[in-house]
Ligand binder design. Structure first.
Ligand code: PHE
Ligand code: ZN
Length: 870
């Protein structure tokens, strides 16, 4: 079978407006799967019915397959068809059927061990497992592979008992037995109709961490997290997160789990984070396995978030699924919002919001401002895998969050109740969601729907003027939505802005927070009784996913960073102060570094603040975020300015950093929010001590590295050392490698630490690491740990001679022959070529042109590169 379809003539895009209901429904499917790594035989029996729905397509039964797939037999109503009675056109099996209902059977052989794309049925470290979203099921059997065809599945799996003692699929286990010749079988039945992208099956030598959960209505659910035996001790955190998620969805959304079994399987080779298959979630092992020795606090948080995300999909995705892939944000945006709120409820809400906004700004804003910009409900695509983006997921979540803000928690819950009630068991659209919100609240979201249709990050200009004589303050708000590819003109979007005013003299709130929905291009708000100079606090909690520009001075921002009562706004004021200072320095202007030093000192020594918050607030914005603030990026100038401020903060606050470093040291690992915050601040302080250049820092860092009883402290120290030139650096990197060389997830950290290092020779080091015996493009985690991490290291990737670009292009081309989906995800950093100074820009563009001229490119990479050049 072909690895992927080669591009000869550019493929035709799929358009949202072309949607038509399917010609045929498939109420039931029986699969009989004879599993083996070299060759697996799949026999499928489909009950098909012509779709009577209005507007449905007509014509023959069209079953999707993959390139090179040919059935060994096709049967209709028990009669084997002659070869002339079916045909394969554009990878679809077409069968003319005379009646309105038939039973169609196909038989096919596939090879899991040759499947390097990790879509469909594939082998991963001795396991056989599936990934079907978005269009992987067609690589397993012929089927109408579209999310609006819902079927009841019965799956019989047969496999070698020694190699594959555990056989899992969706739903309930309904039978098992011996199959002779060392083989055994199991049969699973899923009573809930589902689209084929939610199908899953796993065979392997797995052990379960078993537990149970009793639902609100008293139903007992057996929980299992299946891993290799050696990994069992690393599954407790994921299990705790699963049970917490189940309880949270009952409390907050009134949603109960609906089957008697909920299984999770961890696999080492996986394209994304995890997959919400009905009753059988399949996870990238990095989002399951954790113990203090091998996982950082950030890993623990990510695990809880992803476990929750996939569990929440059982309602937002599975019980109510998507009509077509243009509606992807219906399930993803909503589910990300749900997992963000879950995590906020489990830990620090403020820190969680800061982290989520940081991700949005690092991944989504650049997407929205570049050649790949698309609305959260796109209008066209070539390859749907390219649309699992930060826009669909993270901006999609912000759009849901804005409805939550505008309707209030109770109104939002009325809306989701109505949405689930109306659409349960169906394939729905984004429009169905918005309409439920409107109908449940008597609200009018007509203009708000523009958030689904228009791409681009809105900019809000906010100007506050105070008139002491009349004790009034006038706030002028104006929005613009930038042009994006294919969308030159935009309408204003309703933006819920949380706003408050503080008195600069009294240091207290003088106008309490209100939510103002800016629906027009511009508006004015008048505040009365403002008898001292007011300071504007706006977009508090990041209530709208926009860029806000204000006329606030450095003094105003410093004031808010110390006094705002919204922790997010406090963080934001500090960030803005730092950005203003650094952008001024980059542009060769007046940079008020002293104001930043003073504000950081104040935050660092404020006894009312917790360590986790301080650790976030005192960090300088990343080089790439600073780049995003500039019309044309010169990565060297960004590095110089940021480095200079970082060093000054280190030097001038050295006593404070030393005191903080000492005060945050722990004797013994504990996994509590307080202990996590202390660890975070501990390594941040170490980083600033390093910046101050004190001679004892490498030794201090090495001591932290060697003495650590947890990965957060160890990796924190390693990261600091990796940026420098000390002998301790080599000692620590070598020790880390020796200690963890057999633990793939930890070895990924070793690659990443070197790829993100802030050193002059990082590009060389990365090229060398790509030839390391432990490096492989076949494993998506490993590929991302080196190549993805490097491409996010602005200074190193943008080495002036263009070697970083050439390297990433080489990796894209090499990866494309194995795994187009993963290869395509490396394209966006090169796609940002228009943002950089002319010499770099030309070098980046040349690499994109080289890629697109390469014969045999996948659709995935072709789409991303050609859009980037357009
Ligand atoms: N639907 C998965 C999620 O967000 C993501 C995913 C997409 C996984 C495609 C695999 C393949 O939860
Ligand atoms: Zn999801």
């Amino acid at each position: 079978m072909d690895q992927h379809s080669a591009i000869a003539t550019p493929p035709a895009p799929i358009l949202r407006r072309d949607y038509r209901p399917p010609a045929w429904r498939v109420p039931t499917i029986h699969l009989d799967v004879d599993l083996a790594a070299a060759e697996t035989r799949v026999r499928a029996r489909l009950e098909v019915e012509r779709n009577a729905a209005e507007g449905a397509l007509g014509g023959p039964l069209a079953l999707d397959g993959a390139p090179g797939m040919v059935p060994s037999s096709v049967t209709v109503d028990g009669h084997v068809l002659d070869e002339g009675a079916w045909r394969i056109v554009d990878d679809q099996l077409l069968i003319d059927l005379p009646g309105a209902a038939h039973v169609v059977e196909t038989d096919i052989a596939i090879s899991p061990e040759k499947n390097t794309q990790l879509m469909g049925l594939y082998a991963s470290g001795g396991l056989l497992c599936t990934q079907c979203e978005a269009e992987g099921f067609r690589r397993i059997t012929f089927f109408p592979d579209r999310p609006d065809v819902l079927s009841r599945y019965t799956v019989k799996m047969t496999a070698d008992r020694t190699l594959y003692p555990v056989l899992l699929a969706n739903g309930d286990l309904v039978g098992e037995g011996d199959a002779g010749e060392g083989r055994h079988w199991a049969e699973w039945h899923d009573p809930f109709p589902k689209p084929c992208y939610l199908f899953a099956m796993v065979a392997g030598d797995l052990k379960a961490n078993r537990d149970s959960f009793t639902t609100l209505s008293g139903r007992a659910v057996q929980l299992g997290i299946w891993v290799r035996e050696a990994d069992l001790p690393k599954t407790d955190h994921a299990m705790a997160a699963l049970k917490a998620s189940m309880a949270w969805d009952e409390q907050v959304y009134g949603r109960e789990y609906d089957l008697g079994i909920f299984n999770i399987v961890a696999v080492a080779d996986f394209n994304f984070g995890a997959m919400e298959n009905k009753g059988l979630n399949i996870f990238n092992s990095r989002y399951i396995l954790a113990d203090p020795e091998t996982a950082t606090d950030a890993d623990y948080d990510a695990i809880a978030g992803v476990v929750a995300h996939e569990y929440f999909h059982n309602w937002s995705g599975n019980r109510v699924t998507c009509r077509d892939w243009f509606q992807l944000s219906l399930k993803e945006g909503f589910t990300v919002f749900r997992d963000q709120e879950f995590s906020a409820d489990q830990g620090s809400r403020a820190v969680k919001r800061i982290e989520d906004v940081r991700v949005l700004r690092a991944a989504q804003f650049p997407e929205d401002g570049g050649p790949l910009a698309h609305p959260i409900r796109p209008d066209s695509y070539l390859e749907i895998s390219n649309f699992y983006t930060a826009t669909i997921y993270n901006k999609g979540a912000e759009v849901i969050r804005m409805m939550h803000t505008m309707l209030g928690a109770e109104g939002f819950r009325r809306g989701t109740d109505l949405y689930f009630e109306r659409n349960d068991g169906t394939a729905a659209t984004c429009e169905d969601f918005v309409r439920a919100m409107e109908d449940a609240n008597g609200a009018d979201l007509t203009d708000f729907r523009r958030w689904y249709a228009q791409a681009g990050t809105p900019r809000v200009r906010a100007t506050l003027e105070h008139e002491a004589g009349t004790a009034t303050a006038r706030l002028t708000l104006a929005q613009t939505v930038p042009a994006t590819p294919g969308q030159p003109d935009k309408l204003p979007m309703p933006l819920p802005l949380r706003i408050a005013l503080f008195g600069a003299d009294s240091g207290t709130p003088i106008v309490a927070e209100r939510v103002h929905v800016l629906g027009d291009e511009a508006t004015e708000i008048l505040f009365e009784g403002v008898d001292e100079p007011p300071v504007l606090s706006i977009n508090r909690g990041f209530s709208a996913p926009v860029i806000v520009e204000t006329n606030r001075s450095a003094a105003d921002l410093a004031f808010l960073s110390a006094h705002d009562d919204d922790p997010f706004a406090r963080f934001e004021a500090m960030q803005q102060l730092m950005v203003d200072t650094l952008v001024a320095a980059i542009n060769g202007g007046q940079a008020d570094e002293a104001a930043v030093v003073a504000a950081v000192r104040e935050t660092l020594t404020d006894p009312a603040l917790d360590a986790a918050f301080i650790g976030e607030a005192v960090l300088l914005p990343s080089e790439s975020f600073l780049g995003d603030q500039l019309p044309v990026v010169d990565p060297s100038a960004v590095r110089r300015a940021r480095d200079s401020l970082r060093k000054r903060l280190g030097r001038e606050l050295e006593p404070e950093w030393r005191a903080t470093y000492a005060a945050t040291a722990a004797n013994r690992f504990e996994y509590t929010p307080t202990a996590k915050g202390l660890r975070r601040l501990h390594s941040v302080a170490l980083g600033y001590l390093d910046a101050c250049g004190a001679a004892d820092v490498p030794a201090l860092a090495l001591a932290q590295f060697e003495g650590a009883d947890n990965m957060t402290d160890r990796q924190g120290a390693l990261g600091v050392l990796a940026n420098g030139l000390s002998g301790e650096r080599e000692t620590a990197l070598a020790a880390f490698y020796d200690r963890y060389r057999n633990d793939a997830l930890v070895l990924d950290k070793w690659f990443t630490t070197q790829a993100i290092a802030m050193r002059e020779d990082t590009a060389d080091a990365v090229e060398r690491l790509a030839r390391h015996p432990d490096f492989t493009l076949a494993n998506p985690n490993r590929m991302r740990s080196l190549v993805g991490a490097f491409a996010a290291n602005q200074y190193a990737f943008h080495a002036a001679d263009g070697r970083g670009y050439r390297f990433v292009a080489d990796m894209i081309l090499a990866a494309d022959t194995l795994n187009p989906q993963s290869a395509a995800r490396l394209v966006p950093p090169l796609g940002r070529w228009r943002r950089f100074e002319p010499a770099r820009s030309a070098l980046m563009k040349a690499q994109l042109e080289r890629i697109v001229a390469t014969p045999g490119l996948s659709k995935d990479v072709f789409e991303q590169v050609s859009r980037s050049l357009a």
